[in-house]
Design a binder for this molecule. Structure first.
Ligand code: P6P
Length: 341
């Protein structure tokens, strides 16, 4: 008799029954986002056969050339979430302004932010990419009026849910509603998300780091100090060897450390000294930081807990160091020591 498999719906319904009940509208939101990710997975997996590869002759708000699948994925999430009555508004990496729910539909209390297809540079070369999402509650002061961008600008510790879908050899959905982290694998034959990872935990120690080493000459001294010690291996200060991975797709690099530990870093660098980093706070760093902390890891910008950062803008960027707690604590300590020097 094969092991009984729990679907995402059953997992969420059972969550609704626990003491920290999962609100019905949040459950609906998660189910709708997960269904949209199935649609995106289907488009991504077609690749060249679906006519969805390649770039458009247009840039997004980040000044990046948009891939066809960036736009398709963004539209899938917009259309999936407009009519449900669970959202007050949405925001996306691919859209400059927030997207309010049209007046023809009922509005709910949640705010959804997402990067519809992160790692776009990997789409055309068949390397894993993903969708990242973050859920906030609209502030009570917003009731009875139009949602504004300011209503989204809440620190990451106020998120009520966060997750990502990774479109790789398997399509997986990794999710937290604030009570640990669970992973679901897409059963393509049944078209359902099946619970396969009931309690994802990040080991506190690791010997594997992820960073784009081609930027080493641009880093600040404490970042160079940490990486130099990793590269020095067992004959150096750390007394152990390290391995390096860099997929250049945040979802894939973070999923690896969610599964086996590791530290992921995208630090400040001198190429754009006025920007704290490349990655976006609201819909990349914050959701990943919530997942990592819920799995026993740590997430900082080199100095501060990411989830405590008070956002100033929807597309604000941030330096990111997250993963195995003891390594993130060490590289953060090096930054703080450098500030004191
Ligand atoms: P680089 C993808 O474009 C992304 O935003 C993240 O998914 C990824 O971690 C990072 O940028 C890769 O940046 O500079 O190595 O190409």
């Amino acid at each position: 008799m094969s092991k009984k498999r729990t679907s995402l719906t059953q997992y969420l319904v059972e969550k609704q029954r626990t003491d920290k009940a999962l609100p019905a509208e949040l459950r609906l939101l998660i189910e709708i986002v997960s269904r949209a990710c199935k649609t995106i997975s289907h488009s991504v997996s077609k690749g060249a056969l679906g006519g969805v590869l390649g770039s458009l002759e247009q840039e997004n708000v980040q000044g990046e050339i948009q891939k066809k699948l960036d736009v398709i994925s963004n539209e899938v999430l917009l259309e999936a979430n407009e009519w449900g009555g669970h959202l007050a508004a949405m925001a996306s990496e691919e859209m400059e302004a927030i997207h309010r729910i049209p007046n023809r539909y009922p509005k709910g209390e949640y705010l959804l932010m997402y990067d519809p297809l992160d790692g776009s540079s990997n789409i055309d070369v068949n390397v894993s990419i993903g969708t990242i999402f973050s859920v906030l509650q609209a502030p009570p002061s917003a009731s009875g009026r139009d949602i504004t961008e300011e209503d989204f600008l809440q620190p990451g510790h106020t998120q009520v849910a966060a997750g990502y879908a990774i479109y790789g050899p398997q399509t997986m959905l990794v999710l937290t509603v604030g009570e640990g982290v669970v992973g679901f694998t897409l059963d393509r034959e049944m078209g359902s998300w099946v619970l396969t990872h009931e309690n994802m935990q990040i080991p506190e120690d690791t010997q594997e780091f992820a960073i784009n080493m081609s930027n080493v000459r641009h880093w600040a001294p404490p970042m160079k100090r940490y990486i130099d010690e990793c590269l020095a291996g067992k004959d150096g200060a750390r007394g152990k060897n390290f391995n390096m991975r860099w997929i250049a797709s945040m979802v894939a690099d973070v999923h690896r450390l969610m599964m086996r530990g590791g530290i992921f870093m995208y630090p400040w660098d001198a190429r754009e000294p006025n920007k704290p980093g490349k990655l976006r706070l609201m819909y990349e760093a914050n959701p990943m930081a919530m997942l990592v902390e819920q799995a026993g890891g740590m997430a900082t910008d080199g100095r501060r807990r990411i989830l405590d950062i008070e956002p100033k803008g929807m597309h604000e960027r941030v330096s990111v160091m997250l993963g195995s707690k003891n390594e993130v604590a060490r590289v953060t300590q090096y930054h703080l020591e450098a500030d004191q020097a």
